[in-house]
Design a protein around this ligand. Structure first.
Ligand SMILES: Cc1ncc(COP(=O)(O)O)c(C=O)c1O
Length: 415
């Protein structure tokens, strides 16, 4: 038998049925009109924002990284609760524009921005986090053509990385950002061009559960920003200190001590270089804000035994939830937090492997886990699914129907 990840404590059950935002999974399936579906409880997301605000120094602004979950109701929710939004494509920019976001607090990072993407960002007034010198040259040209002063920040590829992160995005040769030693020359050029230089974006990694490592990278980012500003001879309006706050997915993961990060960041900010005195500091987070608010729910279609091993075959799988199948940037395949959502709290009586309908051995939602007696028609719930779920999955693979998405906020359901 293999362990499962920790089920977030915010979820409750009523008479053995999992509830999400106070609504039972059966009622949610009815509202969605089908299974599988993702359900996002926005109250959980709100509590994460509150926790962040309470833990972090006041000078720190919070941005939501839309790539984690681009559902319009999720975007609108974070638009009202956070101080800005971070984009990774023109598609995301269009989404937040259509949601009515204030473009003065929208930024766009990511290598390989097309001219049309630069044009859209500049015409909307979003800040471009430039990833290279040539991208900068194209942005300046497009700004001139449009007759708009572009808002430009430079993404820095720092010499350090976020230690222990699931995905490292700094330290050494990287496709992200401009190597730190080349940043002063580029910023000097931006300032000379008359563009609106916004500052630095220093993003060194994602999915870390190590508070000290995150605090260390923030401290290093502050020192680097000050050093670059001194070399340039001008103070940055803003410094994005990155993010990387992780959530527990598997049995060995422990929740991140966000309060410890806040304490260390507070000390580091108090001691910051004078050149950063009036700078606005930003932390951009995706999964920590929305990851634990989401549950993926599938229905059991078949119960079969092969060579003594029980398989529960569901109507959902890796085509909707690549990460839970262990195929989205995981080194080791470990079980996500999973439960039989229609038999919560029942005694575990057998072990099962939960799979999807795809003809590939990769299509597993959980391997060899202890479960209560589960039958055809029961619901399987995969927790910690609010970030990098549907939008990070190969939804066209084998042409099965796409999963529904439901947003629950204080008992109110939005499809
Ligand atoms: C530049 C940038 N910002 C934000 C994020 C969001 O990371 P997370 O959802 O882990 O907070 C990522 C993740 O890859 C990123 O590359």
């Amino acid at each position: 038998m293999k362990p499962i990840g920790p089920i977030p404590t915010a979820f409750a059950a009523q008479k053995g049925e999992l509830t999400i935002g106070g609504v039972g999974v059966r009622a949610l399936a009815e509202a969605a009109g089908r299974t599988p579906f993702y359900a996002y409880d926005l109250q959980i997301a709100s509590r994460q924002v509150e926790r962040f605000r309470a833990a972090m120094p006041e000078a720190v602004h919070l941005h939501f990284a839309v790539k984690a979950n681009p559902h319009p109701a999720v975007i609108k929710h974070f638009m009202t609760l956070t101080d800005g939004l971070d984009m990774a494509s023109a598609g995301e920019l269009e989404r937040v524009r259509d949601c009515g976001a204030d473009m003065g607090h929208v930024s766009f990072a990511g290598p390989g921005k097309r001219d049309a993407e630069l044009e859209l960002a500049i015409s909307l007034g979003a800040t471009l986090n430039l990833e290279s010198e040539s991208e900068c040259a194209r942005a300046l040209k497009i700004g001139e053509k449009l007759g708009i002063t572009p808002r430009l920040a430079v993404r820095v590829n720092p010499d350090f990385e976020l230690k222990g992160s699931g995905m490292s995005m700094g330290g050494g040769a990287k496709p992200f950002g401009v190597d730190q030693e080349r940043v002063p020359a580029l910023v000097t050029e931006i300032i000379a061009s008359g563009a609106d230089w916004r500052g630095f974006h220093i993003y060194s990694g994602s999915q870390s559960l190590d508070a000290d490592a995150i605090a260390e990278s923030q401290k290093a980012s502050l020192a680097l920003a000050a050093e670059l500003a001194q070399a340039i001879g001008e103070a940055p309006k803003s410094v994005n200190l990155g993010g990387g706050f992780g959530i527990p997915y598997t049995a060995n993961d422990t929740p991140l001590d966000v309060e410890a990060i806040g304490e260390q960041l507070s000390t580091a900010l108090d001691a910051r270089d004078e050149v950063l005195r009036d700078t606005r500091f930003i932390i951009e987070l995706g999964r920590w804000l929305i990851g634990e608010a989401g549950v993926y729910v599938a229905r059991i279609l078949d119960r079969k035994v092969s060579k003594g091993q029980l398989f529960l075959v569901t109507d959902g799988g890796m085509h909707h939830h690549l990460a839970a199948s262990g195929n989205f940037g995981m080194v080791m395949k470990r079980n996500y937090p999973v439960a039989i959502g229609s038999r919560m709290g029942a005694e575990t009586v057998e072990s099962a492997t939960i799979v999807g309908p795809l003809c590939t051995p990769l299509d597993k939602l959980a391997a060899d886990i202890a479960i209560p007696q589960a039958e055809i028609g029961d619901y399987v719930a995969v927790f910690a699914s609010g970030a990098y779920g549907l939008s990070a999955s190969p939804v066209n693979f084998l042409s099965h129907p796409i999963a529904a998405e439901i947003v629950v906020n204080g008992g109110k359901i939005t499809i």
